[in-house]
Design a protein around this ligand. Sequence first.
Ligand code: C2O
Ligand code: CU
Ligand code: CU
Length: 489
Amino acid sequence: MDRRTFLTTTGAGVLGASSGMLWAQSSAQPLRLLPMTDLIGGINSRIALSLAPGTHDFGTGAASETFGINHSYLGPVIRAKQGQTLPFDVTNNIGDVSTIHWHGLHIPGDVDGGPHQEIERGAVWSPDVPIIQHASMNWFHSHTHGKTAQQTYTGLAGVLLIEDDASLDADLPKTYGVDDFVLVLQDKTFDAAGRMTYELTGEVFEDGYQGDTMVINGAIAPASQVVPTGLVRLRILNACNARFLELSMEIGPVTVIASDGGFLTSPVEAESILMSPGERYELLVDMSSAPSNALKVNLNGDGGGVFANMLGGNQITTALTLTRTDEMGFTGSMPTQLSNLEPPRPSDATVTRSFELEMDVGADLAALALAWENFCGDAGAMAINGMPMNMERIDEVVRKGDTETWRISVDDQLHPFHIHGCSFRILTQNGGPPPAYAQGWKDMVHVEEGWSEVLVQFNYDAPADTPYMYHCHILEHEDCGMMGQFTVS
Ligand code: C2O
Ligand code: CU
Ligand code: CU
């Protein structure tokens, strides 16, 4: 039986398992702002990040057991500037080993925070993280081998915004909480008492965790926000473990100004955008043309693919309603030029590498789920190029500064592929050109049918004891072994 058939025939079971109770707010709650740690004005001491257990009310009225970073659930939005070095002290108080990886950052392997940089219980990890790249929206999350899915779902994630001279000068909305918002989108499940749940089964290992309830900045959607008239900026992170989200606006197209690694050349309008777990997009919404607008999310929006069919078609919810006041806010107009991004030059590549993501290496996923407490214990159930992730094995050796083409394919469904230590350009996605909004700097690419190819260059060292990772960003797949490691020197 091929996997597509298998998914279809077991679909009802998956749906049943994840839809015990659908929590939705009857009315929109005010948008929760993630607290900002703003370092743009300067850094005078070490930056403490404390990973700790907590309790958090997502809006059900019940206290869910969570992890957080300086907060009860999720971390702060850290805002820093190109050229700074961020002296972090990351303290691990969650009662289990953890790590913090800076997803999207162009930094050497020894501060990347991958699975080799474990922070033992009670220990402090103190990397000095250089901010080398241009303005971009990045994030940080647990990358603990075999436990990334459980720890990130429980709350070990935060946002890291990088600004540079150009972005600080740009004629764009940039007043946080007024016309500039960070939105962390996640899908969750809650039990009948309203407590967040996470339970691994064989099916969850297969498909990744699919929650039935949309959560935005740690609160059940929909959220509402009053904004001034003018342009409003939404910086969006898909922090779901496994769900692709299709975003659209109630009125008008989606206007995208930036992707994972920075600004596009100019704003791109799209009917909708498909965001994989781990991806970031920045949108502009023009609030001068209508008194209100709303960001819509289709939870089954993988382009009509396997999940949408399996889960019974579109499931569209309102994530955020924007209502304007008469007050004038950001008065600038829609920008025409955002950056000087050149088209990628595939002929620059001197090395080509191929990666096949493999779901089925014969492991009994149901038995694996039973054997461990909500994490992937032996991490050997999925593979890349026939080999499950092995912490002791370096899979690829890359020469610093070379331009390379990485070609990725899969044996079945849609997967989001991520590479550490770089931003790349997508040459082809699923055998065709990427949508215009995905043609800028990226560190995530969708892989489903045919090849997805990216043009990439690594400019920082990653030695064998702290190598970079490449992996599927469906966190349960990553934990199960769909990951590999490479050095750069
Ligand atoms: Cu967002 Cu290797 O991770
Ligand atoms: Cu990463
Ligand atoms: Cu995957």
